[in-house]
Design a protein around this ligand. Structure first.
Ligand SMILES: O=C(O)CCC(=O)C(=O)O
Length: 293
């Protein structure tokens, strides 16, 4: 099975179909070089501050990472984090299982020459549940420079997302290197086995990897501490909501409310029809029915 490479003019449906079938898909050259270069320039000081002091084997001894407050330090990354294509794909994969979703994590990763392979893994293993057919999150890796196998392009095991039980492992030796040119984007399922590649070249590989998780899960990184209100107010309402500055659900089923309602950070509160369709908990009719009224 080979990972599909689609043109940016392709319909979202084709991206979603390939992602569902193979567990991963690349869309070529979605982001312009100007925005990508600006993001790298904004990230540079933060990446250079990573002194590997807390680097684990998983993080890599020759890999620079920055995630905390990523959008504060690299505001241009908002264009990719909140890109229409990403939102369209996330809507298709995640919304059948939640009323809204949130950013799980935002991380820039620079794999430097001399780095060895990162262990293949699934991003959804941090949540102690597995439900067949329900992806808990999706991962989106943007190539901020050219990804080649030699410099550590992300390794992906196509089809590995179908192995829904962690004790039934796919053959992880069947990984493919997702070589892609600068500005391209790799989508993968939370259950898809993947990992960073070894860098045997003479330049580094820089990517921005973001996850989007079901809105009723706790997000992997703490968006509120990483991006306090004075930072978040610089962004558009849709991105603010993705960063958690919006309640999940509506009516009596609100999660993450503030002052009993959707935080005033979002111009448009969530559409309450979602809750009406499934029936709210705690309606007067329910109480009356329980009381035999
Ligand atoms: O850098 C990459 O290509 C993948 C990194 C990754 O999957 C991770 O650090 O969780």
């Amino acid at each position: 099975m080979a990972i599909q490479y689609l043109d940016k003019s392709t319909e979202t449906l084709n991206v979603v179909q390939a992602l569902r079938r193979d567990g991963a898909v690349v869309v070529k050259e979605v982001a312009g070089h100007d925005v990508v270069d600006r993001i790298v320039a904004e990230l540079r000081p933060r990446l250079d501050m990573d002194r590997h002091e807390e680097a684990t084997v998983f993080d890599g001894a020759n890999t620079l990472r920055t995630s905390s407050g990523l959008l504060k330090h690299a505001p241009s990354a908002a264009e990719l984090v909140d890109h229409d294509l990403v939102i369209d794909v996330a809507n298709d994969i995640l919304l059948p299982h939640c009323a809204s979703y949130m950013i799980g994590s935002l991380t820039a990763i620079e794999i430097q020459p001399g780095e060895s392979t990162q262990a293949l893994h699934r991003d959804d293993s941090l949540y102690p549940i597995e439900n067949a057919g329900m992806e808990l999150l999706i991962g989106v890796m943007w190539a901020l420079n050219d990804f080649t196998e030699e410099v550590g392009a992300t390794r992906v095991v196509p089809g590995s997302h179908r192995f829904l039980r962690s004790w039934h492992l796919p053959d992880v030796s069947e990984w493919e290197s997702t070589e892609m040119s600068k500005g391209s984007v790799l989508f993968y399922m939370g259950s898809t086995w993947h990992g960073g590649g070894a860098n045997n070249g003479d330049r580094s590989r820089i990517g921005l990897i973001n996850t989007y998780s079901l809105g009723w899960l706790r997000s992997e990184s703490n968006m509120y501490l990483d991006h306090p209100p004075e930072v978040v107010c610089r962004f558009e309402p849709r991105l603010r909501a993705l960063m958690g500055y919006a309640a999940y659900g509506s009516g009596d089923d609100l999660i993450g409310y503030s002052d009993g309602d959707c935080p005033g950070w979002v111009a448009e509160p969530p559409d309450p029809s979602w809750n009406e369709e499934r029936g709210q908990v705690g309606r007067q009719e329910d109480t009356d029915a329980q009381d035999g009224v």
